[in-house]
Write a protein that binds this ligand. Structure first.
Ligand code: NAP
Length: 250
């Protein structure tokens, strides 16, 4: 049995898909019929678990290691997908890290490494898939930003700056690629329960969420699937979709 759905036959690369939100996106896109490439930087066993899970469900997937903040590594990743699958229809720029601290005490290396992964990584992956997508005259790029990039957050100057940068990158690349059949959108999650948020104090965050509960990775995955689907999202580009329980209403 093979899975079929609104993106059947398409190849989707998800960065940072070994756990958390990326894992949920990988499973969701596979269930919708896509062949899924599970990128990871260090969690090889977890990435393989995601592949095994998808195959057990009757879907197609494989894992590829790459550090998205390194240009050679990213080019190797995209070439790897093109060699194995012959095309890339959907790129989900999901991989991200945090290195929180108040600005006055933030080390320059903690500023830089978050910018390198969370912003430069999105730029490098977008640039590397642009050529094959431009040739295909079709593509979907979906960036995972954050509500923190829209509203700022004390203790996250590096992370908020990178995520705000992703908003600008999303809109600029959407404008550059629109005439070539490529859409670029972003999803801005609020507080989602993953490894990234497990050590945060939930109480003050919960009181800022009008819907009154934390999001799950599947909430983000469902939105990404919608943005990847035709014809549902074919007329949407340059948009930032907030999936945050109402935290930021603009
Ligand atoms: P997570 O559970 O910490 O998972 C992060 C993923 O990124 C892992 O698969 C990790 O793979 C990968 N990764 C990290 N550095 C990488 C690199 N240099 N190259 C390739 N892969 C790398 O995080 P998450 O909560 O699922 O977050 C996913 C995305 O959503 C991030 O962009 C995050 O900023 C964003 N987001 C999350 C929340 C939230 O509340 N959780 C809210 C807003 C936005 P390895 O384990 O192999 O390193």
């Amino acid at each position: 049995m093979t899975l079929s759905g609104p993106i059947s036959g398409q190849t989707a690369l998800i960065t940072g898909a070994s756990r958390g939100i990326g894992k949920a996106i990988a499973l969701n896109l596979a269930e919708a019929g896509a062949e899924v490439v599970v990128n990871y930087s260090s969690s090889q066993a977890k990435a393989q678990e995601v592949v095994d899970l998808i195959e057990k469900l009757g879907g197609k997937a494989y894992a590829l290691k790459a550090n998205i903040s390194d240009e050679n590594s990213v080019n190797g990743l995209i070439n790897g997908v093109l060699e194995k699958s012959g095309k890339i229809d959907i790129l989900v720029n999901n991989a991200g890290i945090t290195k929180d601290g108040l600005l006055m005490r933030m080390k320059t290396e903690d500023w830089q490494s978050v910018i390198n992964v969370n912003l430069t990584g999105v730029f490098l992956c977008t640039k590397a898939v642009a050529r094959p997508m431009l040739k295909q005259k079709k593509g979907r790029i979906i960036n995972i930003t954050s509500v923190v990039g829209l509203m700022g957050n004390a203790g996250q100057a590096n992370y908020a700056s990178a995520k705000a940068g992703v908003v600008g990158l999303t809109k600029s690349s959407a404008k550059e690629f629109a005439s070539r059949g490529i859409t670029v959108n972003a999803v801005a999650p609020g507080f989602i329960e993953t490894d990234m948020t497990k050590d945060l104090d939930p109480e003050p965050i919960l009181s800022a969420i009008p819907l009154g509960f934390f999001g799950s990775p599947s909430h983000i995955a469902g939105t990404v699937k919608f943005l990847a689907s035709d014809p549902a999202a074919e007329y949407i580009t340059g948009q930032i979709l907030q999936v945050d329980g109402g935290m930021v209403m603009s």
